[in-house]
Design a protein around this ligand. Structure first.
Ligand code: GTP
Ligand code: MG
Length: 232
């Protein structure tokens, strides 16, 4: 048996030293932020389990795993503060609740292109999942060449005082799109440190996005054809 203990910034309510040092209101904000993270992690767990169950069912019924693998993450606090600043938003727990939907995140990497939309359909048809935002960067790739389907869903997380609707951002993309995004992300990081490298590779990497898509589309067609031949 594995016991995992997670300490989400638990600040003792009665610690007067902390209150004196950083101020009562800041202690309250930190406690609320701790709750936001705890609820977000629970949201990730709920949606992650749903996706795993769907993948297993698909494997049993159709002898195919739409999901290659999944990555779950909570936004680190530094990136959260950066984002609030960038968007000129107040640094408060309420502002986070009102404006930030990607504290809790899941990346689903699929084997084929059709699997991206299949996963989306299967998840959204569940009665406790509500779609709140959707950006299809596969049908409409970004200027950079980035392709991925982004959805934010709301999922109920049950606490001792009842259900809380928690936003979870899900990025769904194929293995090829994921490989591309990792390299492009690395290049993006070099913008400040080494602009020559960016100049050297930016166009090439953008072109790879179209090439990968073209290969993945052809592989999808062959895979489908082989499947159809199986059932004849
Ligand atoms: P943010 O405030 O950055 O979250 O903007 P947004 O809410 O409009 O989100 P967007 O739909 O642009 O997606 C943001 C996330 O998608 C990033 O954190 C990356 O993980 C990914 N992403 C978006 N665009 C690119 C891109 O051009 N290249 C790569 N590698 N990743 C990207
Ligand atoms: Mg985002």
């Amino acid at each position: 048996m594995i016991l995992e203990r997670q300490n989400f910034m638990s600040i003792p309510k009665t610690n007067d030293n902390i209150k004196r040092a950083i101020g009562t209101d800041n202690v309250k904000q930190l406690q609320e932020l701790g709750i936001i993270y705890q609820l977000g992690q629970s949201g990730v767990n709920e949606v992650g389990t749903k996706l795993e169950n769907l993948d297993t069912e698909f494997q049993i019924k159709h002898d195919h795993n739409p999901i290659h693998h999944m990555e779950e993450r909570m936004k680190d606090v530094q990136s959260l503060f950066k984002k609030l600043k960038r968007k000129n938003l107040e640094l408060s727990a309420q502002s986070v609740r009102d404006n930030i939907y990607d504290i809790a995140g899941i990346r689903v990497i699929t084997n084929y292109l059709d699997d991206v939309y299949q996963i989306e359909r299967m998840l959204l048809q569940q009665s406790d999942i509500t779609l709140t935002r959707r950006k299809d960067y596969i049908r409409h790739p970004k200027e950079s060449g980035y392709r991925s389907l982004h959805v934010v869903v709301s999922v109920p997380v049950y606490q001792s005082d009842g259900a809380h609707d928690i936003p979870v951002e899900i990025q769904i993309r194929t293995v090829g799109m994921d490989m591309w995004a990792s390299l492009e992300h690395k290049l993006r990081y070099k913008t400040d440190t080494n602009p020559e490298l960016v100049d050297k590779y930016a166009d090439q990497i953008k072109g790879f996005s179209d090439e990968i898509t073209s290969i993945e589309e052809r592989m999808q067609t062959i895979y489908q054809d082989l499947n159809d031949a199986d059932t004849k």
